[in-house]
Design a protein around this ligand. Structure first.
Ligand code: PDD
Length: 295
């Protein structure tokens, strides 16, 4: 059997683990890492475009918040973390990619309660090239979403690596030929399995779920809202029903891996005329300008 490094990662890729830059296929953590055994870990995904990290500060703000919520210390100061991120980008020679940061409480003998003398947190950073052609196609053609029950826990505001329900929902959606799952709770859409969910109503109101522990406070969501407000577009942060979504004029999803990706069908029924909508495009352009995504 081929090794991971040979089969999946292009030669020369590096990952960072606890102070060391290692070949991607050889980078590893302790078998008793609490992130691995107990899921006691949080993460961030940041878009790297034209060699620049997009929305870097708000991603690091959210990372610090997630860590505070699970009472794990920042593994490095923000300045040190930023210089490690830059070094990893330089070593990988990637200009357009996705940077992944994960922090767990660290390694210790398995016990639900961490020991009093817990060592340092485990910090992992990886970087991979982004499939820009795939993203361009999704932006141009739009994607299908399939609704799935939201069976996640009560603290979805924490960006935890405990993604089993998200994974199951996205796999179920994929089986139905969809790109993303829209999660439904009490007849209302919370968010996507790895994206925030948006609709544009028949009277042109842009709607996305309000912030609470029911959803992740998406960084891309926040910047899109700011861009919309600056352009004096009509925006409302509130819960919306599946029925509203199905009768929406436009719909889209947002995340660091794709801001304003048009949704053209929900459970196989067309949204609006079944093509990417003009307000979605406009918001995508405003976001790109605001964040420097355009270059
Ligand atoms: N997902 N909601 C969920 C459940 C997410 O996992 C994500 C991000 C978002 C969008 O957040 P942001 O705009 O900050 O990327 C919303 C990342 C990309 C992932 O899990 O790969």
């Amino acid at each position: 059997m081929k090794k991971w490094s040979e089969s999946r990662a292009p030669a020369g890729r590096y990952a960072y683990v606890n102070g060391r830059y290692l070949r991607h296929g050889e980078a590893c953590v302790h078998v008793e890492d609490r992130g691995l055994q107990l899921g006691e870990a949080i993460y961030e995904v940041c878009n790297l475009r034209h060699g620049r990290l997009i929305d870097e500060e708000p991603h690091l703000d959210r990372m610090e918040r997630s860590l505070r919520e699970i009472a794990v210390a920042m593994p490095l100061s923000r300045a040190a973390l930023k210089s490690v991120m830059r070094e990893l980008i330089a070593r990988n020679r990637i200009k357009d990619g996705l940077l992944y940061i994960q922090v767990s409480r660290g390694a210790a003998k398995r016990d639900h309660v961490p020991p009093a003398n817990m060592g340092r947190p485990t910090l992992i950073i990886t970087l991979r090239p982004q499939d820009l052609a795939g993203l361009e196609k999704r932006m141009a053609q739009g994607v299908a979403v399939s609704t799935q029950p939201d069976i996640r826990w009560g603290r979805r505001d924490i960006k935890t690596t405990n993604l089993l329900p998200n994974v199951m929902a996205k796999v179920a959606a994929k089986k139905k030929g969809a790109f993303e799952a829209w999660l439904v709770e009490g007849g209302k859409i919370t968010e996507g399995s790895s994206t925030n969910a948006w609709i544009v109503t028949a009277d042109g109101e842009i709607v996305t779920r309000d912030l609470s522990s029911a959803i992740l406070a998406g960084v891309t969501r926040k910047l899109i809202l700011e861009a919309a407000a600056e352009a004096q577009m009509k925006v409302s942060e509130r819960a919306f029903t599946l029925e509203e979504a199905k009768s929406a004029r436009e719909a889209f999803i947002s995340s660091a891996t794709g801001a304003c990706v048009p949704v053209v069908t929900i459970d196989d029924a067309p949204v609006g005329d079944g093509r990417p909508g003009p307000l979605t495009r406009r918001l995508g352009t405003l976001y790109a300008r605001k964040t420097g995504l355009e270059g």
